[in-house]
Design a protein around this ligand. Structure first.
Ligand SMILES: O=C(O)C(=O)C[C@H](O)[C@H](O)CO
Ligand SMILES: [Mg+2]
Length: 402
């Protein structure tokens, strides 16, 4: 069996997606996602100029060997561009192999460990009362787990706060827009949000919060402590993970569960945090961390330390990643939760898929492969529309982490 063709499809049905389609001499094709929010064209070039010429003629069933070829063969290992390109190839190859076997991908991975995948949605509002209402709307939709982000008085465009839309989409302007940040104001606001949420809705639902790399370890520890009475499912990216010892410091001071890793590309970024038992959930996902082949190595390492998975699933991860992630989630023994931000109707139409939301869970379908395809004619109607992620500055103009 041979790879006879591969092409990159860039489209923007509401937001930008980079998709790889691999064709074979047996008429079976596979689809992989390579979207890197705000830096899409770098991955397009990496795939078109450097990866596709290498894989033409290769046997698509040799997934492991092709993964190693692309990872080791580049010499320049890791990083978001390289690993997204490898992920796209890897997911397309798993899709092909599962179709060839006539199995849904979860069966090829080892079979289902669960019937359905618990997901969390994103609720946000410009102030505490709006966010409380937004959480209520998610509860009404059947969600069992909800991430809550609120506007912070005196901070312009705080992270996670949409502009009245169900789909929060941070990449919104051609050049980066500038948002604000003030840690002291956030520390005075976020605990009050969760106090109000628990007062209003009780303790039945899982609540989550994303710090989006904004706090120093000491501030993060302080936030974790203040949130303890509200029993969060997790506090995410509360401090940058570039320095893993920062997480050890946070861990020593709070029992609030910690999640990290949506920007991780390899097991090497996760290893120290997992082995030191500084985190409870690993957020690496299919498109970010080199595809199914590499993500399962991360999950297996995490399982040794009772760290569970919590795959990233914002809207910049295409339905292709969502489909592949759901097969992974259905199989992985140490599953925790799956993030699920709904895509727009336009996006869903471009990427026909067989997963569905039911009662707070996503359920992956049973069609052979990962169950997601691309309608190329429809995709062609939505040309690339360059957008960047915002940046954040403090009151005095200092650059901060977005
Ligand atoms: O979904 C999350 O937890 C995020 O932090 C979303 C990110 O801001 C988004 O994926 C950036 O492109
Ligand atoms: Mg996040």
């Amino acid at each position: 069996m041979k790879i006879t063709g591969a092409r990159v499809i860039v489209c923007s049905p509401g937001r930008n997606f980079t998709t790889l389609k691999i064709e074979t001499d047996q008429g079976i094709h596979g689809i992989g996602d390579a979207t890197l929010n705000g830096r899409e064209l770098a991955v397009v070039s990496y795939l078109q100029d450097h990866v596709i010429p290498c894989i033409l003629g290769m046997d698509p069933r040799r997934i492991e060997d092709i993964w190693q070829y692309l990872y080791r063969g580049a010499y320049w290992r890791g990083g978001p561009v390289t690993m997204r390109a490898i992920a796209a190839v890897d997911v397309a190859l798993w899709d092909i192999k599962a179709k060839l076997a006539g199995m849904p991908l979860y069966d090829l991975l080892g079979g289902k460990s669960r019937e359905r995948v618990m997901v969390y949605g994103h609720a946000n509002g410009s102030d505490i009362s709006e966010t409380v209402d937004a959480v209520g709307a998610y509860i009404d939709m059947g969600y069992r787990a909800i991430r809550a982000q609120t506007g912070i008085p005196g901070v312009e465009d705080a992270y996670g706060v949409g502009r009245g839309k169900l789909q929060y989409e941070p990449a919104d302007t051609r050049l980066p827009s500038v948002g604000g940040w003030d840690t002291r104001k956030a520390l005075n606001t976020v605990p009050r949000l969760f106090e109000k949420l628990r007062d209003t809705y009780g303790f039945e639902h899982h609540l989550l919060h994303d710090g989006h790399h904004r706090y120093t370890p000491q501030e993060a520890a302080n936030l974790g402590q203040m949130l303890e009475p509200y029993q969060l499912f997790w506090l995410e990216d509360v401090t940058p993970a570039e320095n893993p010892q920062g997480f050890e410091l946070v861990r020593q001071h709070t029992t609030t569960p910690l999640a990290v890793g949506e920007i991780f590309n390899t097991i090497w970024q996760a290893r120290g945090l997992i082995e030191s038992q500084s985190i409870d959930f690993i957020r690496a996902t299919v498109v970010g961390a080199g595809g199914i082949t590499h993500l399962r190595r991360i999950a297996d390492l995490a399982a040794l330390y009772q760290v569970r998975t919590g795959c990233h699933g914002a809207t910049d991860l295409s339905p292709v990643t969502m489909g592949a992630a759901l097969h992974f989630d259905s199989w992985v023994p140490n599953f925790g939760i799956q993030e699920y931000m709904r895509h727009s109707q336009e996006t869903d139409a471009v990427f026909p898929h067989d997963y569905r939301f039911e009662d707070g869970y996503l359920i992956c379908g049973n069609t052979p492969g990962h169950g997601v395809d691309i309608d190329e004619d429809l995709a062609a109607k939505y040309p690339y529309d360059q957008k960047c992620l915002p940046v954040a500055r403090l009151d005095d103009g200092t650059m901060w982490n977005w």
